[in-house]
Write a protein that binds this ligand. Sequence first.
Ligand code: PAF
Length: 283
Amino acid sequence: MKVFSQKVQIYDAVDVLKEKLLTLGLVPTMGALHEGHLELVRTALANNDCVMVSIFVNPTQFDNNDDLKKYPRTLNDDVVLLRTVSEDRLLVYAPTVDDVYEGHTVSEKFDFDGLEFEMEGRFRNGHFDGVGTIVKRLFEIVKPDNAYFGEKDFQQLQIIKKLVEKYRIPVNIIGCKIHREVNGLAMSSRNTRLKPKYKKAAPFIYKTLTTAKKQFGTKSANKVIKWVEKQFAEHDILKLEYFIIADVDTLKIVKRKSHKKTYRAFIAVYADDIRLIDNIALN
Ligand code: PAF
């Protein structure tokens, strides 16, 4: 498994693969890899001849400098983990900020038809411009046939599908199911930073989502929202940032349920200073 840090090396490696008519999958990550990432890599390996994993903590998608500084960086451990998945069909691109941004570390401005203003967009200023910038750049550098993203960041997944459609980027975007701990907590690189008492409390998030899903079968969206808000208002240590029920295509908050539409519930919660997000399909 080769680990590259410069995009010129990627251009050469990709040229060799394309000459041999081999298919290439891309799994973009910010590192601190966990089982959820490894599942994305395994899915990509099952469907492509070769897979590139990018490991890059992208500064332009952080609206909070402290969060960027504290984001775990564990490249050596990540490489060891990836080697356990495949030694001969994996490549890693772990660039520096300069290799990606060439001294101009700013986001492009995107219009994602309003998807960017909902949920995470409301609470994380400029976040999706940063994500769009890095993902578009990775697609230009790696030129993958297929790219794999987790449904934990469901809004990000929908935005990347929109990016590809708007810019006519020739890559298939594949969304993969959320990988959870046995206790239901959605796997995230941020979980490693949870202090024990918060780690113990955090599965409450998924437990509440699954009850909300049951309630959604018989109750109005508004009633379910009020119930979830009450659960967190009464919780000792977890602080709810938002809980919404939205149409999966537009990500707009549901006003009145229609059985012709598909809905998902989305949640963001603070466990101490760590922000955790999760979501669940409702119908
Ligand atoms: O989901 C992530 O880890 C990041 O947002 C991504 C897609 C790798 C872009 O930096």
